[in-house]
Design a binder for this molecule. Structure first.
Ligand code: GLA
Length: 371
């Protein structure tokens, strides 16, 4: 374990997304917020010019040289290496450092531990070496790190939510202009309950990139009749229907989902503003249906958990959150029903999949910060 005196401690949170899944790389809208679960970084400069030591609670640590950065075969190291690599492109002020990482964010659970890792390190190194990078630069370089070192062609939502969130508020983000609004939410006596399916299917990263390509294919077909469009963000339902015959059913379904999902984000943001939780709940169910049947990024475990809530009058809505193929479902549930529901859902889930469900409450929380 580490034997250095930390100069700086950084908290970097995971996130949930209420609605607007896979819309970010289609230049649309998302509605995320950071949560209390986080990754903690302890950092200090060391006496070297270029040697960096990374220790992790739960993973084997590693050492690397700032002058010889390359992609590692150990996946989690690439979050670190990718960020450092991106920072080195922007500044020559980085020097050797020591760092420990500790997480209470369940990995691979759709709560974006990856963005928390990238943004926490970027934020910490920016402070430690007084790099002068703005928050949005930290967000964007973290996203680029994921593209180049991890290999997921992700959008900007996770990194943005991890860095920019404020306690008690959700972010309505326009992923095209990066304009955003923070919307206070008041859901008492309801709670946000996360159910971790504990499955993270291996295809997540490759299927993610495939979805992105399918959307691009949709855009290129739609562009023939609508040369002014640049992304699915610019596509209306009417445009899609007119071009339906020119595309296969899969591409049509992907585009159809994104068009509806963007509408759902704006509608849900308004419903939160008006404290209309019934509408929020309905939209969650509609979104899950699209995620499962049109965008096809759900899995039997998530579908089961969402379906299971439909029998419960104390639950307003539920859906799988995050990139897909497992991870967590997000549920809006009356506080009086919380315990009974967790007990019955855990039992049913165990009987069906032989997996012990993990259930925890979350609240909209602040973004990456110095502790
Ligand atoms: C992952 C990506 C995000 C976003 C979501 C799906 O979390 O990192 O950019 O695309 O999937 O909404």
């Amino acid at each position: 374990m580490e034997n250095f005196a930390p100069e700086l401690t950084i908290s970097s949170p995971g996130r949930i997304n209420f609605v607007g899944e896979h819309t970010d790389y289609n230049m649309g809208y998302v509605l995320p917020t950071a949560i209390g679960n986080k990754i903690t970084f302890k950092l200090a400069r060391n006496s070297t010019q270029n040697i960096c030591n990374v220790y992790s609670v739960g993973y084997e640590g590693f050492t690397f040289d700032l002058n010889e950065i390359s992609i590692s075969n150990t996946e989690w190291q690439n979050y670190i290496l990718g960020v450092v690599n991106e920072i080195l492109k922007l500044t020559d002020k980085l020097r050797g450092f020591d760092c420990t990482i500790e997480s209470d964010l369940p990995l691979g659970s759709g709560l974006s531990s990856s963005a928390a890792m990238e943004c926490g390190l970027a934020f910490g190194l920016n402070e430690l070496f007084v790099l002068g990078l703005s928050k949005i630069m930290l967000v964007e370089l973290s996203q680029r790190a994921e593209h180049s070192y991890v290999g997921t062609q992700c959008g900007i939502m996770d990194q943005f939510a991890s860095v920019m969130s404020k306690e008690g508020k959700i972010l309505l983000l326009d992923c095209q202009s990066l304009e955003y609004q923070r919307i206070p939410i008041h859901i008492h006596p309801y709670k946000i309950l996360m159910l971790n399916t504990k499955v993270s299917h291996n295809l997540a990263s490759s299927e993610y990139n495939t979805r992105k390509q399918e959307c691009e294919e949709g855009v290129s077909i739609l562009k023939k009749r609508n040369p002014q469009i640049n992304s699915l963000r610019d596509v209306t339902r009417e445009m899609l229907e007119v071009s339906k015959g020119a595309m296969n059913q899969t591409i049509y379904n992907r585009c159809s989902f994104i068009i509806d999902e963007n509408k759902r984000v704006l509608e849900m943001a308004e419903a939160f503003r008006q404290n209309n939780l019934e509408t929020v709940g309905r939209l969650l169910y509609e979104a899950h249906h699209g995620i499962s049947k049109l965008y096809e990024v759900s899995c039997p475990e998530s579908d089961f958990l969402v379906e299971f809530t439909k029998m419960n009058p104390f639950i307003l809505g539920a859906r799988q959150t995050g990139g897909g193929f497992g991870g967590c479902t997000l549920n809006i549930i009356h506080e009086d029903a919380l315990e009974d529901f967790i007990t019955s859902a855990s039992k049913a889930y165990y009987e069906k999949f032989n997996i012990r469900l993990e259930a925890f409450e979350v609240e909209p929380s602040g973004g990456t910060s110095i502790r």
